[in-house]
Design a protein. Structure first.
Length: 566
């Protein structure tokens, strides 16, 4: 019999995927080297080789600070041996050469913006690392999220069984706190080496020897030239090539970058203002499917009529049917998120172009088909960076509150004054919501341009809308509502004001863009623009003033520098 050399033996498919002996993880046995087996092996054996808390800390720091090279060529692994006798060595990633951070590459040039999804988009060097990609895939919502909460001081975690200790000074608690680390604040570092002028001297000497001394024509003779190329030839820099890198402490630039980066990371991981306890939010209750039409124009539709007439083009069978989505537009690239009384929904990224059609998946069935679907709690998070929350009238709010800060918001549309082509049998095609218990606008909205409260009936005693913090307001419409008082900012940019018969007092001060008095018996019907938003005729319209005045409640009008008719 001819002997076969070992080099001639080929691996069969069976041999390729066969594990030498079956392995069991969490009551499941794996007999083959499959993707599922490798995933289970990583998850269940990670602690035998690494400290998960330390990995999570390193991951968060490299992600937040955009340390481009620190998960690959500039990642060093250190070990102090096994944690128990006979155990395997436990490895810890440590920082080395972190010149690539805060969006800056290793030549000192900004290369990445604050809104990089570094892991998901593969922006890091060595972005095919099995360690970091697997760690992110399997532990994002556990180790990574918990560690971010701890370093950000944004929520409670319970890792007591794994001996996670409290962090006395959470480094990511604020941008100001982070900056203290960069500026060698001695109390933050708790180090005597950071006291006095020593940090400044060290920084200046570093820049002096890196960028300045190498331009001296005697640098080589003095031993302060620099090594160029693979051969390491000592030379001098005759033209100040690296002078651009003399950027001082870059404190203001760093603070601006980190302010945006931290906010972005919060939105991505659903923390701080993007979570239930966040201070900048819309909080309220919504309803749907009014049975008899006494409450809202969202009539109950039984199973004989489909919700969608053409879902691809977003055309509903009944235009005034309640909706289970939001159209959210942040002022810059960020994630948007919402939640109800039982959960926060998954964040979705705004790419900087089209509004995010954020689907309230957990509420879809109830809104589309449940009879008298009332009092569903809804939160919309991240209001501090929100530019537009879209037309919210079809949510049929029964309670609406804006809390915290809304410094970028340009539109607030709770009402609707257009005419429906599909629901002409409902009060002549008019939208209405007759059961909104309260509207509380607690946040200043300095950039607000449009506010629509048309055809809303507020059930509380507070029938006042205060928009004195909105000097840029151009368009206010509330015909068909029962609002009694509205306050505008002095000198507001108003060019369109439609007020209801219920209004008791009207005061306009230095609204010199309001030039047209509309004298028709009924309010002009707005038209729809190409984007679906309503466009109203400019001017001042007082409902009932030029028709039947029987229901007109207006008893006081004050106008100063309002050029009506000019």
């Amino acid at each position: 019999m001819q002997k076969v050399a070992e080099s001639d033996v080929k691996e069969t498919d069976f041999d390729k995927y066969y594990v030498a002996y079956p392995v069991t993880y969490l009551n499941r046995e794996y007999a083959y080297d499959t993707q599922e087996y490798r995933a289970a092996k990583f998850v269940n054996e990670l602690k035998e080789h690494f400290d998960p808390e330390y990995l999570a800390t390193y991951f968060i720091m490299t992600e937040v600070f955009e340390c481009y090279d620190s998960r690959g060529k500039n990642c060093m692994m250190a070990t102090w041996g096994p944690q128990k006798e006979g155990g395997k060595y436990i490895w810890y990633p440590i920082f080395y050469d972190i010149d690539t951070q805060l969006g800056i590459n290793n030549t000192g040039i900004p290369s990445f913006e604050y809104n990089v999804d570094a892991t998901e988009e593969g922006n890091y060097s060595t972005n095919d690392s099995l360690l970091w990609n697997n760690f992110y895939s399997f532990f994002k919502n556990s180790y990574i999220l918990d560690k971010y909460k701890q370093l950000r001081n944004s929520g409670t975690i319970d890792r007591s069984k794994e001996k996670w200790y409290d962090v006395k000074n959470p480094p990511l608690v604020s941008v100001d706190n982070i900056e203290k680390w960069y500026l060698f604040d001695p109390d933050t570092h708790n180090s005597i080496a950071c006291r006095g002028v020593r940090p400044l001297i060290a920084t200046n000497l570093d820049e002096y020897f890196k960028y300045i001394t190498i331009t001296n024509e005697n640098a080589i003779d003095q031993g302060v030239g620099y090594l160029e190329g693979n051969a390491g030839t000592e030379t001098i820099d005759t033209v100040g090539t690296f002078f651009y890198a003399l950027q001082g402490d870059r404190s203001q630039s760093r603070e601006q970058f980190l302010t945006n980066r931290i906010e972005y990371t919060d939105s991505w991981l659903g923390q701080m203002n993007y979570s239930r306890g966040g201070g900048n939010r819309i909080r309220g209750r919504i309803s749907a499917n009014n049975m008899d039409g006494s409450i809202s124009s969202d009539r109950w539709v039984d199973d004989t009529e489909p919700y969608w007439q053409d879902e691809e083009f977003g055309t509903k069978t009944h235009e005034f049917d309640a909706e289970y989505w939001l159209k959210l537009t942040p002022v810059r690239s960020a994630y948007v998120t919402a939640g109800d009384d039982s959960e926060n929904y998954q964040p979705e990224k705004y790419d900087g172009t089209e509004p995010v059609r954020y689907k309230l998946t957990a509420l879809e069935t109830g809104i589309k088909s449940s009879k008298n679907y009332n009092e569903q709690l809804l939160y919309i998070y991240g209001l501090k960076t929100m530019r537009d929350v879209g037309d919210m009238s079809k949510l049929y709010w029964t309670e609406f509150n804006i809390e915290g800060e809304a410094p970028k918001l340009i539109r607030l549309q709770l009402g609707y004054d257009g005419i429906s082509s599909t629901d002409s049998d409902i009060e002549n095609g008019k939208w209405y919501n007759k059961k909104i218990n309260a509207i509380n606008l607690k946040a200043a909205m300095p950039l607000l341009k449009e506010a629509n409260f048309s055809n809303l009936t507020i059930l509380s005693n507070n029938l006042t809308i205060d928009l004195t913090t909105s000097p840029k307001l151009e368009n206010f419409r509330a015909v068909g509502s029962n609002i009694q008082t509205v306050y505008f900012a002095e000198g507001a940019a108003l060019n369109t004001v439609y007020v209801p018969k219920s209004l008791v007092t009207l005061s306009l001060d230095n609204t010199n863009l309001l030039k047209n008095l509309i004298t028709t018996n009924t309010a002009p019907i707005p038209t729809k623009g190409e984007d679906g938003n309503l466009i109203a005729q400019r001017g001042l319209y007082i409902d009932g003033l030029f028709g039947s005045t029987e229901e007109l409640k207006l008893s006081y009008i004050k106008m100063k520098s309002v050029p009506l008719g000019y």
